[in-house]
Design a protein around this ligand. Structure first.
Ligand code: SF4
Length: 716
């Protein structure tokens, strides 16, 4: 009753932007229960009233004819999807899962979620898969985004714990930005760095490491445009030169780390001159970067997909973390190694078991004690949670191809467009006996081939909690009504659980009860949130950063807290474990047939596969079509002029887009945005050519390196 009256009351309400991992606070205006305007929340510490265009134009995403309004089923693979009742759709989906489990075992079912889900949804998705269906085959599109960082944090700190907070930006003197186009992908954080630089021009130095001269690089004192895939060589060389120039924090290394001796040994021979051969950089630039890091004061390191999306993504992360540890840039104001998340709630999934490898409370599937703790909490007999590792995003495609996965259930994401090697992905999904898709939008490239379509509420139409890149948990209130028969994801999951016979374990009065259930599973863990409650989050709309154990209840949540200030880590001996990063080349190799390396990435005003941002005419204005950025020297050699149509082919597939000839990219490399799937551009999807090779430890695909050929498309 109270909720209905809230929805009836129009006016301004507070929420969180549903796009990137920055997690900006927004104020949402509703008229007649419909979102009519959005503006930045002046009281939110992340953005202080500012928004990028995507956030400001959020009202544009409410396009009813782009929505999935009612449940649908297809009666055969050839038939059109027809509208049906919730009862029939749920029974069709649950029946398919039951059949697959009975005939082929629980690992014939796969659940694939998204960083768009709220943490309560994530938790239930995992509880149903791992606890009740009996498979660890539950992964998420966050695998494509930051799995390498999760692995490296766990290896080094003993927990998946990003150490710094955004408040450190205003206290940092040095910014090392690696493989992150923050101006486009984390715009509000980028503005904070720019403001910090303006406020102390002489003191603040920015180093950007990126093969492209992006707009992020425009504020750099030093732009290191290295060859794609050579980050480890550069980072090892920086550490070599820092050591030589007396920039190591020897006391920190001695008292708070292990493994330095091996890392130090691995630096031998990595002088700036040698790194030049591998990275293609100028030795003077490497030396200057080393000098800045060694002597310019506290350093914040930001990185994202450019480092993570690689077959050596974990090694790049280890090298980045080593740099911070060796120079004492951790656990103090203005310092820390920070992997940024791409999505609004990738962190929530990391916390509550949203990956095939994790369980709630930063536990690991591979750890028998962790499995036993969760089994006990869920009231399950010992051994209920499988010890078999779950299937990750790319492995899902291989298992579909082999016919081992019979049912795939997708929530809030569009893998047919977003996974690399598009044609292979589509063919693999078409092999599944049943594809269940739970989404707010239709059509998408994935809903088009679904056998069961379950309409989900989106953003302002649902409630729950989300965690941003700096461990800040915020409460989203429901501020508008879902259209048609769309339902919040958690209700759909509970309804499916009931149909599968697990109703007792999924009978919740509401989201708050789900939150308290998983909150308890954090007790005593590194990310203990037992002091947080829905009323406390409602009182502190700016959010609360974890850890926040019940013992913290006495005082108000303190903002801008960083981890490891006492130099103690979540390892058995309390020391950070440094690992030697290996320098391995990308899986794909350039040769005479495929002489260029393709990087895929984002543009500022689009989001993922354009399901929402593609509906905004204003956002579409800044980039109307997909493109290929290439260097003028390469373009001349190929007979390509700016705005010519070009075909890009890899060993997997090809796409055609418009050439953008630009000095912004180094010769030998090309860049294409991945947003445009088959619904948005004819044969324009860069994912047709992208590589599905994965990092052996994190299973994150190498979306930043595919060997390609580029040719002009002639009239005939
Ligand atoms: S920076 Fe990210 S969270 Fe902030 S408004 Fe833009 S898209 Fe939304």
């Amino acid at each position: 009753m109270a909720r209905r009256s809230l929805l009836r009351r129009d006016g301004w309400k507070r929420s969180i932007c549903c796009y990137c991992g920055v997690g900006c606070g927004v104020k949402v205006q509703t008229k007649n229960g419909v979102v009519s305007a959005v503006r930045g929340d002046e009281d939110h510490p992340v953005n202080r009233g500012k928004l990028c265009a995507k956030g400001a134009l959020l009202p544009d995403i409410f396009v009813e004819d782009a929505r999935l309004l009612y449940p649908h089923v297809r009666d055969s693979k050839e038939a059109e999807a027809r509208r049906t009742s919730w009862d029939e759709a749920i029974e069709r989906a649950a029946g398919a899962i039951r059949r697959a489990v009975d005939e082929h075992g629980p690992d014939s079912v796969m659940m694939y979620g998204s960083g768009q889900l709220v943490t309560e949804d994530y938790y239930l998705f995992g509880k149903l898969a791992k606890g009740y269906i009996g498979t660890n085959n539950q992964d998420t599109n966050s695998r494509l985004c930051m799995a390498s960082a999760v692995t490296a944090y766990n290896m080094t700190f003993g927990a998946d714990a990003p150490p710094a907070g955004y408040a450190d930006i205003e206290q940092a003197n040095t910014f090392l930005i690696v493989g992150a186009n923050m101006e486009a992908c984390h715009p509000i954080l980028f503005e904070r760095i720019r403001a910090r630089k303006r406020s102390a021009r002489d003191r603040v130095k920015v180093i950007v490491v990126d093969p492209r001269a992006t707009r992020t690089a425009e504020i750099a004192d030093l732009h290191l445009a290295l060859r794609p895939g050579t980050d480890v060589a550069l980072l090892q060389s920086l550490l070599f030169e820092i050591r030589l120039s007396g920039g190591l924090d020897d006391a920190y290394l001695r008292e708070h780390t292990t493994g330095w001796a091996q890392v130090e040994e691995s630096l031998e021979g990595w002088s700036a001159e040698r790194a030049v051969e591998v990275t293609g950089l100028d030795a003077r630039d490497i030396l200057e970067a080393a000098r800045i890091i060694a002597h310019n004061g506290p350093m914040l390191t930001f990185w994202t997909m450019g480092a993570n999306q690689s077959t050596s993504g974990v090694d790049k992360n280890l090298a980045l973390i080593n740099l911070s540890l060796a120079t004492g840039n951790i656990g103090k104001p203005g310092a820390g190694p920070m992997s940024l998340t791409g999505q609004p709630n990738a962190m929530g999934g990391r916390e509550q078991g949203g990956l095939a490898t994790t369980l709630p409370g930063h536990r690991l599937v591979a750890n028998p004690d962790h499995r036993a703790e969760i089994e006990q909490a869920w009231g399950l007999p010992p051994g209920s949670i499988s010890e078999r590792p779950g299937v990750t995003a790319i492995e899902m495609i291989e298992r579909l191809e082999r016919g081992e996965i019979k049912v795939v259930w997708v929530a809030a994401t569009n893998p047919v467009a977003s996974l690399p090697n598009r044609d292979r992905v589509r063919a693999a999904f078409e092999r599944a006996e049943t594809v269940i898709v739970q989404d707010a939008y239709h059509p998408t490239e994935t809903t088009q081939i679904a056998d069961v379509l379950l309409p989900a509420a989106q953003w302002s139409e649902r409630a729950g909690t989300m965690t941003n890149s700096e461990r800040r948990i915020c409460l989203l209130e429901q501020v508008s009504r879902p259209p048609g028969e769309a339902r919040p994801d958690w209700q759909i999951i509970c309804r499916m659980a009931e149909a599968l016979g697990y109703g007792d374990a999924f009978s919740y009065d509401g989201l708050e009860e789900i939150f308290y259930e998983y909150r308890e599973l954090s007790r005593g863990r590194d990310m203990d949130i037992t002091g947080i409650s829905y009323p406390l989050l409602a009182q502190h709309r700016a959010g609360i950063q974890w850890p926040y154990p019940s013992t913290a209840r006495s005082g108000p949540p303190e903002d801008g807290r960083r981890l490891f200030e006492d130099g103690r880590f979540h390892t058995p001996d309390g020391r950070a474990r440094m690992h030697v990063p290996r320098l391995t080349p990308p899986a794909d190799s350039v040769d005479d047939d495929y002489p260029f390396s393709l990087m895929t990435g984002r543009v500022k005003d689009q989001w993922h596969t354009m399901t929402r941002t593609g509906r905004s005419a204003k956002l579409m204005k800044s980039e109307r079509q997909p493109f290929l950025e290439l260097n003028p020297s390469d373009a001349v050699g190929l007979g390509i002029r700016d705005r010519d149509r070009v075909r890009v082919s890899s060993r997997r597939g090809e796409f055609e887009v418009t050439a953008r000839v630009s000095q912004a990219i180094r010769p030998g490399s090309v860049f294409a945005p991945f947003h445009w799937g088959s619904l948005w551009a004819d044969n324009g999807s860069a994912n047709a050519s992208a590589s599905e090779a994965v990092d052996a430890r994190s299973k994150q695909p190498e979306l930043k390196f595919a060997a390609v050929r580029v040719e002009p498309v002639t009239a005939d």
